[in-house]
Ligand binder design. Structure first.
Ligand code: SF4
Length: 63
């Protein structure tokens, strides 16, 4: 599975980092989401789907 994030709509809530810390991180300067990887291993797919559901900005898309 692949994942993309829209940094223009991210509000920096950090829910994704709490849910899937191996995949998401936050920029030091302003807390906006960054990807550690855009290729999600099968072991982390459920975490990433949950992060997409929990994101208050709808900034996370899975493919
Ligand atoms: S959960 Fe959504 S809004 Fe919050 S930091 Fe992650 S991508 Fe940004």
């Amino acid at each position: 599975m692949r994942v993309t994030v829209d940094q223009d709509v991210c509000c920096g809530s950090g829910m994704c980092v709490l849910t899937a810390p191996d995949i998401f991180t936050q920029r030091d300067t302003d807390g906006i989401v960054e990807l550690r990887t855009d290729t999600v291993p099968p072991s982390h797919e459920d975490q990433v789907r949950e992060a997409a559901l929990l994101c208050p900005s709808g900034a996370i898309t899975t493919h």
